[in-house]
Design a binder for this molecule. Structure first.
Ligand code: GTP
Ligand code: MG
Length: 458
């Protein structure tokens, strides 16, 4: 069995980032924290650590076995169950020297603690019921957040953004199950605890809630995979060159021969925390292409256009618009579109509205403006961008789908009057699946998978 399942061990880890810093933190949690601190910490004012009853900060010194000098240290102590892990927890805040922190770790281990596994502090918080699984994942998302948007989202989830609706849903279903089971217990007496019509409407309500959450999650997943930004335009206008300029590397082949790109090419870029999948497509010749490879390539392009969240319509600034481009510009595409003029390092023969972004892949001018425009559009394209916690969405999708299916079957059984026994079984099954999402029902390998992605000390 994994070591994570032994909350009776006292664990210790360096909780501050690696490398030298002004301050470093060593974190401990477990039943023997207070006894152990008596060995490794001297309070400046002579405070008796075992007398401390509530969360306190105590200035003092570390007593390191290997060192003669005792470095100054502030002890943050949660002696009871008010801590993150709901067990005695302490943090030793001292000088952030890697050698010193290692020595502190060794000393604490020498006094009876063991090194913590990745995510073990948060695992304890989960096992103690302080967090549910979606919140534990949010802790990790907060730590990993690479931009303000991701951070905001992770914090929302940590604050119970997903937990609250799911908890409410589970409670409703539990009540429903209780009434169903009461009816089953008194089947002889012919007392009705819940009528078929109410049962069906309650089931439908819950099924709809799950469906809503699923849809929300799907849009989150899509966001995490990246909003799809598709470059379209006539052959040879410089789409592939622009993709390379945005990506900062050669992802697509460029040549002066029109029709170079035949299949679509994708490339991921991260624009300040917003994941984008850029898609380069084959140039479009005309509205109704001829047969052969050109036609096949254009079919692929139309498919990609349909899947786009955002279109970047590229127009060559060195020549007048052709008929196809005029037609495209006069119609409103279903998805948001940015207009981009290419090859602006050449003398410009084309005047488009001021909304068009002027770029040159050769000099790199305008690429920054284009990135900013993509970034801004991303939030218009996908308003769930503020709600991304991909790991949770990926993990919960299967359970939510299964719960929804059970409730749909339960509704059919109510309609077919096949018996409340079967309805209750389906409701129980749905509850189990919802329980997996928040971690009310879990297996060891699910926990291992989730918590092993944490870093040590968290
Ligand atoms: N001077 C200049 N030349 C460019 C620029 N962008 C592209 N080109 C040239 O234009 C030609 C076509 O570029 P590509 O990027 O292959 O154009 P494309 O639209 O992807 O073409 P297809 O894949 O055939 O549809 C190449 O010779 C590029 O070097 C630019 O910003 N400035
Ligand atoms: Mg190309």
């Amino acid at each position: 069995m994994s070591r994570l399942y032994h909350p009776d061990d006292t664990i210790v880890a360096i909780a501050s980032p690696p490398g030298g810093a002004y301050r470093g933190v060593v974190r401990l949690s477990g039943p023997t924290v207070v006894t152990l601190l008596r060995e490794v910490f001297d309070s400046q004012a002579g405070t008796q650590i075992d007398q401390v009853r509530c969360a306190s900060v105590i200035p003092g010194y570390l007593r390191l076995r290997q060192w003669d000098a005792d470095p100054p240290c502030d002890l943050y102590l949660w002696p009871g169950t008010s801590s993150y892990t709901r067990q005695p927890t302490a943090e030793l805040h001292t000088v952030g020297s890697p050698a010193l922190l290692e020595a502190a770790l060794e000393t604490v281990c020498g006094a009876g603690a063991r090194l913590a596994e990745p995510g073990e502090f948060t695992m304890r918080a989960f096992l103690a019921g302080r967090l549910d699984l979606t919140q534990a994942e949010a802790v990790m998302a907060v730590i990993d957040a690479s931009g303000p948007q991701q951070l905001d989202t992770a914090l929302q989830q940590l604050a119970g953004g997903l937990t609250l609706p799911l908890t409410e849903l589970r409670e409703n279903l539990l009540n429903l199950l209780a009434r169903l089971e009461a009816g089953l217990d008194f089947v002889e007496e012919d007392i009705e605890f819940i009528g078929a019509a109410e049962l069906e409407s309650q089931l439908k309500l819950s099924a709809d809630r799950i469906q809503e959450t699923l849809l929300q999650m799907e849009s989150r997943l899509q966001t995490v995979e990246g909003i799809r930004v598709v470059l379209v335009g006539a052959p040879n206008v410089g789409k592939s060159s622009l993709l390379n300029a945005i990506a900062g590397k050669t992802a697509a082949i460029v040549s002066e021969a029109p029709g170079t790109t035949r299949d679509y090419i994708t490339c991921r870029v991260d624009i300040d925390g917003v994941a984008c999948e850029l898609v380069d497509t084959a140039g479009v010749e005309m509205a109704n292409p001829v047969r052969g490879t050109a036609a096949a390539a254009q079919q692929v392009t139309s498919q990609q256009r349909r899947r786009a969240n955002l279109q970047i319509f590229c127009i060559d600034s060195t020549r007048p618009l052709n008929a196809w481009e005029r037609g495209e510009l006069s119609s409103q595409p279903p998805e948001p579109r940015l207009l981009v003029l290419t090859k602006c390092d050449y003398p410009n023969v084309l005047q488009l509205g001021k909304d068009a972004i002027r770029t040159s892949s050769r000099t790199g001018s305008g690429v920054k403006e284009l990135l900013l425009a993509i970034y801004r559009s991303a939030f218009l394209v996908d308003d769930s961008l503020g709600n991304v916690v991909a790991t949770t969405a990926a993990r919960c999708h299967k359970s939510l789908t299964a719960a929804h299916e059970s409730l749909a079957r339960a509704m059919l059984e109510v309609q077919g009057a096949t018996g409340e026994e079967l309805v209750a079984t389906e409701v129980r099954f749905a509850l189990d699946e919802l329980g997996k999402v928040v971690g009310a029902v879990y297996t060891e390998d699910v926990l291992d998978r989730i918590f092993s992605r944490f870093c040590i000390g968290k």
